[in-house]
Ligand binder design. Structure first.
Ligand code: 13P
Ligand code: SF4
Length: 356
């Protein structure tokens, strides 16, 4: 564990111990002084660093709390620090601000977007509500605050099915609008045996009479997870079939329903990490952002993780130790949410946290 009391040499030794088997020592040595500065500034500013599981290993190490979107939202809701530095993407930092209007919330890079969050607007949600009156709206946490503000409840990949069940029973409806991830919605529909439609703006005024459906989805996708294919899985399974070694396929639910159907396990990033630990003798293909594999190996050096590093999240990857240090030093980049939007978004996020 890294602490502000450690010298640069001690920090380097700790980084080498964790990452030396897969990262050149010189790279870690160069990062050690920046890590030292981060630890000092964090204390000085009474800041907490929240690090998503996709952070590059050294950024992940400096975080006070690491986790998936649900865990980090819970941490953000509970913190007593004056400042939150969110090492993740902008919608995550915004969620922290929604829950903590009086705290300074920072995201270290202005380029940390997300293709899902960019894939839907607040007006799209209002239009859908008009098209499907009285149908409650569940919104994935990978959206901006103005979209959350138009929603009844949020969910993450860690609780999407539970939130859909809760919403239907709480609102007493047979239907739910689930936005914006086409594939996550498709996977929830598949898991719960519900039929899903994806309306277009031209579908007027409503889907054909008599059409049987319980979920209404949208067309946004994660630009990383949409690229994994069933072919990727077959190739890996074929290679392992030659050696007789056990191989398991773990896929994030933002992958297509076809990929999930061919996988052995699908869950949020943190639940996948916990599951990896239960299979110490198997090789595991992780169909998710590559850095998570590095972070798993850092704490489980014997884990046999197969990664698809040709596909990276261009947004998560903009967070570095250098810009995390600069965030603390210059108090940048502050995330703000207009109060009328914040109040409505907070209701949807707090419902999600209460559902668990
Ligand atoms: P998790 O909530 O599972 O960590 O996922 C967040 C994300 O952005 C996945 O691409
Ligand atoms: Fe968004 Fe996909 Fe990147 Fe996650 S991996 S932040 S869903 S673009």
């Amino acid at each position: 564990m890294l602490t502000a009391e450690m010298s640069e040499d001690q920090i380097f030794a700790e980084l080498l111990n964790r990452h030396g088997s897969h990262t050149p020592a010189v790279e870690l040595k160069i990062k050690a002084p920046t890590v030292k500065e981060i630890l000092r500034l964090k204390q000085e500013r009474n800041a907490v660093i929240l690090g998503h599981n996709y952070m590059e290993p050294v950024v992940y190490d400096v975080a006070d709390y690491q986790g998936d979107s649900l865990e980090l939202s819970r941490r953000a809701a509970q913190t007593t620090a004056d400042m939150i530095v969110f090492c993740g993407v902008k919608f995550m930092a915004e969620t922290a601000k929604v829950l903590n209007p009086d705290k300074t919330v920072l995201v270290p890079s202005q380029k940390a977007g997300c293709s899902l969050a960019a894939g839907i607007t607040a007006q799209d949600v209002r239009d859908l509500r008009e098209q499907f009156p009285d149908v409650p709206v569940v919104t994935y946490i990978n959206t901006y605050a103005d979209v959350k503000a138009e929603s009844d409840v949020c969910c993450t990949s860690g609780n999407a099915t539970k939130v859909v069940e809760w919403t239907m029973s709480q609102f007493g409806t047979e239907k739910v609008i689930f936005l914006p991830d086409e594939y996550l919605a498709g996977n929830v529909a598949r898991e719960t045996g519900r039929r899903i439609i994806y309306p277009t703006k031209r579908m007027s005024p409503n889907p054909q009479p008599g059409l049987d459906y319980q979920m209404i989805g949208w067309h946004a996708r994660c630009e990383v997870h949409e690229k994994f294919t069933v072919h990727d899985i077959h190739r890996v399974r074929e290679e392992y079939a030659k050696t007789g070694e056990e191989v398991l396929i773990f896929a994030h639910p933002e992958c297509s329903p076809e990929v999930i159907a061919e996988s052995d396990y699908s869950a949020s990033t943190s639940i996948m990490i916990a599951e990896v630990k239960k299979h110490p003798h198997a090789a595991i293909l992780l169909l998710t952002e590559c850095s998570m594999g590095d972070n798993i190996i850092a704490s489980n050096p014997d884990a046999n993780i197969i990664r698809m590093c040709s596909i990276r999240c261009p947004h998560m990857n903009t967070i570095t130790v250098e810009n995390t240090r600069d965030a603390l030093l210059n108090v940048q980049y502050q995330v703000d949410v207009p109060e009328d939007i914040r109040i409505r978004a907070a209701l949807a996020v707090q419902r999600m946290i209460a559902i668990g």
